[in-house]
Ligand binder design. Structure first.
Ligand code: PGA
Length: 311
């Protein structure tokens, strides 16, 4: 049997509408063009597929059989088209991401692995505070955001993908590094280095100690985790940071995670996008990658994991 895909799709439209006129409209063809293609198809098949009785068009028995196959073939073609369009998009897509400053400790590692698997991805990464992240989502100028406190706006979708334990850090040799858990009340006698207002870490810290009825003495306010860690190493006081920021300092024993009763503060990392946004194939694939693989890829540093897992 010799037939073309064009003849098949014209037949499919006529059989669906049981009307030459409506099929011609749908396909943006003239009615004589439709009739001619169908005559040719019937000639190639060797059987009549349609019959005209009065003003109405009917499928013959052969037409009904043919319609069954033309449906299956049309659906398969549409599916192939969608898959190919997706592949085309995926091989050369832009990916615009913004992350909270603490998330930057692992975001670059995620992006490195992702971009090895998607060599055509053009990635832009913006590191900013929570307010900045929400503004960029609001302006619809970003695909995906990674943040530590889920937004409350109903037009945003936040999906948790990994734990984000916040731990208390001290310089090695600090009196509270003694063996055995530190009662949380003992922290009241210490000075804490704190992150800037607007930092998710700072908000979580304030809420947690308020709930525990603990009044902390705060020392210097600093706008980065790096500054907090340096100050704690220098013996200016204690700090509270995400365990994800501590890989190098714990490996080189420059900082210690204190084993405090009731800690770590348990939080999560969220990947966020606007509800209803049509994510590009590249963004869809990055979101799936983060949800599936991030947790296994990004182990917590061992010194932090010990204290976060024990409780
Ligand atoms: P941040 O981290 O403290 O760097 O803003 C985000 C968060 O933990 O919410």
């Amino acid at each position: 049997m010799h037939l073309t895909l064009r003849q098949l799709s014209i037949f499919d439209a006529v059989a669906r509408h049981l009307s030459y006129t409506r099929a011609a409209e749908e396909l943006h063809l003239s009615q004589p063009a439709v009739s001619m293609q169908l005559k040719q198809l019937e000639h190639n098949v060797g059987l009549p597929l349609l019959e005209q009785i009065g003003k109405r068009t009917y499928l013959t028995e052969a037409g009904r059989e043919m319609y069954h196959y033309s449906r299956v073939i049309s659906q398969q073609l549409a599916e192939a088209e969608a898959v190919l369009a997706e592949l085309k998009g995926m091989s050369r897509g832009r990916l615009e991401i913004a992350v909270a400053s603490t998330a930057n400790y692992f975001a670059t590692r995620l992006l490195a692995t992702f971009s090895r698997e998607h060599s055509g991805a053009q990635i832009s990464l913006d590191v900013t505070n929570r307010e900045g992240l929400l503004a960029r989502l609001d302006a619809n100028e970003i695909d995906l955001v990674i943040m530590g406190r889920p937004p409350t706006q109903p037009d945003l979708v936040a999906e948790a993908f990994m734990d984000n334990p916040l731990v208390v850090i001290a310089a090695p040799g600090h009196p509270l590094t003694r063996p055995g858990p530190v009662p949380i009340q003992d922290l009241q006698h210490e000075t804490f280095m704190v992150r800037e207002r607007g930092s998710g870490t700072r908000t979580a810290m304030e809420r947690f100690f308020d709930e525990q009825g603990i009044r902390l003495t705060t020392g210097m306010e600093m706008s980065s985790n790096e500054a907090i860690k340096q100050a704690v190493q220098a013996g200016l006081g204690l700090g509270l940071v995400s365990a994800h920021t501590l890989e190098l300092e714990l490996a080189s024993a420059r900082l210690v995670v204190l084993d405090v009763d009731g800690l770590p503060i348990r939080r999560h990392w969220y990947i966020v996008h606007r509800r209803g946004k049509r994510l590009s194939p590249m963004a869809t694939s990055f979101r799936a990658f983060v949800l599936q693989d991030a947790r296994a890829m990004l182990e917590l540093p061992s010194g932090a994991a010990r204290s976060t897992m024990l409780r």
